[in-house]
Design a protein around this ligand. Structure first.
Ligand code: SF4
Length: 339
């Protein structure tokens, strides 16, 4: 055989590789709701994965969710069977001063590499466990005020709602997903709660979702997004269980805040989202449209900021991109601090 020394691979043909059909996974909150709130912020932090400098909001929402999840686990005795049926701390509430004293003692012990003080309550123990987990993920330097407020709200929620809500909880962090041909849609419902006095049956269950904000502080667009989220969850729930849930409930934890624990649930803490089949169908269509918009933005790598008025000024105030964005201050942008 003669080998062409100048073109040794001339007679070799290599078939082009088969491009695997990998479906992208879309989370209802992390992708769809985030993109609907502000495509530019979504593109920067969720797609390009830049680390935001200001992580207060993420911290606050995550710590509330994860500590409450531990409270449910505690009541149902899933980690330690001896806690089954008991409320963490048995409704005990520490004052702000006692919480701060513990935080200061802990910080001192960590700085001086001494033995750490024992947490003065179960809620604080769970809080510190989640707080350490978040620190290991790079979410740190959270103002003491934010940490204090989180513990306060958790104590209030536990004392006010624990004895009636925890026994009704059938599942926490309930995972739902659906294969939508070209992508996978998934979401996590905070709580599945049995309707009082009814047999355990998927059609009798309520879906509950915790929000760290107060209802009165939420702007119209965000409220629409929350309702949209619950309607998509209702569809996913139907795909998994064959029936729609009985109710979809939003719980606004910040409505509990104050100098003392409320003796009854504040009027605005709980909001029932209407989930008629027409509303659910519309939400599912909107979901599909949003996925197409995300795919288009990815293709062109073009992530436009939210339109002024569609996003709360509060969200723009804590956005790292505000210095180079026309949207804040009603479309006026932010005044730069240097000449
Ligand atoms: S400043 Fe506001 S509109 Fe601009 S990118 Fe940030 S969140 Fe979006």
């Amino acid at each position: 055989m003669t080998i062409n020394k100048r073109k040794p691979f001339e007679n070799i043909s290599i078939p082009s590789p088969n491009i695997p059909n990998i479906k992208r996974r879309y989370s209802v909150t992390q992708d769809i709701v985030s993109f609907r709130r502000c495509p530019r912020q979504y593109g920067t932090f969720n797609v390009h994965k830049y680390a935001p400098a200001y992580q207060n909001q993420t911290y606050f929402g995550t710590i509330l969710h994860q500590v409450l999840d531990r409270c449910h686990t505690h009541f149902h005795g899933k980690i330690d069977p001896s806690t089954k049926g008991s409320l963490p701390d048995n409704r005990k509430i520490l004052s702000d001063q006692e919480i701060l004293e513990y935080f200061n003692d802990l910080q001192k012990a960590e700085t001086e590499k001494n033995k750490k003080p024992i947490p003065p309550s179960k809620i604080i123990q769970y809080f510190i466990e989640v707080d350490n987990g978040l620190k290991s993920q790079g979410i740190r330097n959270i103002p003491q005020e934010t940490r204090l407020k989180a513990v306060r709200l958790l104590q209030y929620f536990n004392a006010l709602e624990g004895s009636t809500l925890y026994p009704r909880v059938k599942d926490t962090e309930h995972r739902l997903q659906a294969d939508r041909t070209d992508h996978i849609l998934h979401g996590v419902v905070d709580l599945l709660v049995d309707s009082e006095n009814l047999e355990a049956n998927p059609a009798d269950c309520e879906m509950w979702d915790y929000k760290g904000s107060s209802l009165l502080g939420v702007n119209t667009k965000d409220l629409e997004n929350y309702e949209f989220q619950m309607r998509v969850y209702a569809k996913l729930y139907e795909l998994k269980h064959g029936v729609f849930p009985r109710k979809a409930i939003l719980y606004f934890l910040n409505e509990l805040d104050g100098s003392t624990c409320p003796s009854q649930r504040p009027k605005n803490a709980l909001l029932e989202v209407s989930i008629t089949s027409n509303e659910i169908d519309d939400a599912v269509k909107e979901f599909a449209t949003t996925v197409l918009k995300i795919e288009e933005a990815r293709l062109n790598d073009q992530w436009n900021p939210a339109t002024p008025g569609d996003i709360s000024e509060k969200d723009c105030t804590i956005c790292d991109l505000r210095w180079d964005c026309k949207t804040p201050n009603n479309g006026q942008g932010v005044k730069l601090r240097y000449p």
